[in-house]
Write a protein that binds this ligand. Structure first.
Ligand code: FES
Length: 56
């Protein structure tokens, strides 16, 4: 499922990045471009980031 439509970033891509050690929105933005265009995905990406971190 796409979390960030502008940058075509999926929930799986975000989970993979968290598994590789990412732990902040800044890292998601730097590595995947999440939220760097319209910004509408930021709340959903933040929510997924938080869930991914607690699942580890
Ligand atoms: Fe992520 Fe637009 S949907 S920047």
């Amino acid at each position: 499922m796409y979390i960030c439509v502008c940058k075509a970033v999926t929930d799986k891509a975000i989970r993979n990045l968290v598994a590789d050690g990412a732990c902040s929105m800044r890292e998601l933005k730097q590595c995947l471009g999440v939220g760097s265009q319209c910004g509408k995905c930021t709340p959903a990406a933040q929510d997924l980031l938080n869930r991914s971190l607690t699942e580890q």
